[in-house]
Design a protein around this ligand. Structure first.
Ligand code: UDP
Ligand code: MG
Length: 308
């Protein structure tokens, strides 16, 4: 098998057929030997039956049907687990990742790069809020992690068999695949493209899912929030200690101890805030620790036409 294309699908009924024909156009010119792996992530529309129909007509269409919605990153991971290709392409199912770009990705891979990722130059049809949050999130992430995760890059990319095998060995339950691929290393390069609007349907990446992905990214690749909790603890304790000296001084030396309601309230509230934030940060890490310790399977498959 030469190329595997992994496509996570969540309610993409209007996009599957156009995507399939555009992919075929591009891929048959590259190799006779490719597979498309559609991972149906608990769609509630007709996506699954469309994919099954394609698979019936064409043996190189493979599918994995999850028992429920497990999320985009898990769907991509499942595809990587099953992909047979020497080169593996990850792309969205909504035509925001243009199939025609695969030709250039493939050429760079053939030139010897293990990873060719794509950077979004323009993002059409996305809300200003999404563009701004994405822009600043990647810059924040770049500052607080030790590995260099490329700015403005999504998961649309080609990876070599070596990289796919390395990904399969990474056991974490909270996936941030573009970060994991940076962590893996090897020779990497990128292409830039203008990201088109999604062809049909609507984005299912809600703010909730985006925040979860952002927290997964930070907790998987940085311990800085934990350090900030420690440092703020020390700073606050330092100030509290000085205030304590001052309190004792005014109590016993100046004998001035008019009850100070406002200073009391301020310090209680401030300390409470710092403590809660710190506990929250620790909680984010512990909840991920416990998910990894439980070691549940990453996903449950309802049905697939992939054997072995
Ligand atoms: N997706 C998925 N599971 C989800 C949400 C999304 O498999 O829970 C798929 C979706 O079908 C698409 C890709 O992930 O192929 C990207 O999702 P979307 O277009 O909604 O995200 P956006 O492009 O808006 O960031
Ligand atoms: Mg999209």
């Amino acid at each position: 098998m030469n190329i595997s294309v992994i496509i996570p699908v969540y309610n993409e009924a209007s996009n599957i057929l156009p995507l399939h024909s555009r992919l075929r156009e591009v891929l048959v010119n590259l190799t006779g030997n490719y597979e498309l792996i559609f991972v149906n992530d608990g769609s509630t529309d007709t996506s699954l039956s469309l994919i099954r129909e394609l698979a019936r007509q064409e043996p190189r269409v493979k599918y994995i049907d999850f028992s429920r919605n497990f999320g985009h990153q898990v769907a991509v991971s499942a595809g990587i687990d099953k992909a047979q290709g020497q080169a593996v392409i990850i792309m969205d199912g909504d035509l925001q990742d243009p199939p025609e770009l695969i030709k250039d990705l493939y050429a760079r891979w053939q030139a010897g790069y293990e990873v060719v990722y794509t950077k979004r130059r323009a993002r059409n049809g996305e809300s200003a809020a999404k563009k701004i949050t994405a822009r600043y999130f990647y810059r924040l992430l770049a500052r607080i992690t030790h590995i260099s995760i490329p700015l403005d890059a999504g998961d649309f990319r080609i990876i070599s068999r070596k990289v796919a095998d390395a990904l399969k060995q990474m056991p974490e339950k909270h996936k941030f695949i573009r970060g994991q691929i940076s962590w893996i290393g090897f020779s990497q390069t990128y292409l830039e493209y203008d990201r088109p609007e999604r062809a049909g349907g609507e984005s299912s990446y809600t703010y909730r899912k985006m925040i979860r992905l952002a927290l997964d990214a930070i907790t998987s690749f940085s311990n800085l929030p934990l350090k900030i909790a420690t440092i703020s603890g020390f700073l606050v304790s330092g100030v509290a200690f000085l205030l304590m000296l001052y309190t004792l001084y005014s109590r016993f030396v100046i004998k001035d101890y008019v009850p100070g309601w406002s200073s009391l309230m301020l310090s209680v509230l401030f300390l409470g805030g710092v403590q809660l934030i710190s506990i929250g940060i620790i909680g984010e890490y512990i909840s991920r620790l416990s998910d990894n310790v439980r070691n549940r399977p990453l996903y449950i498959i309802n049905d697939t036409n992939i054997t072995g």
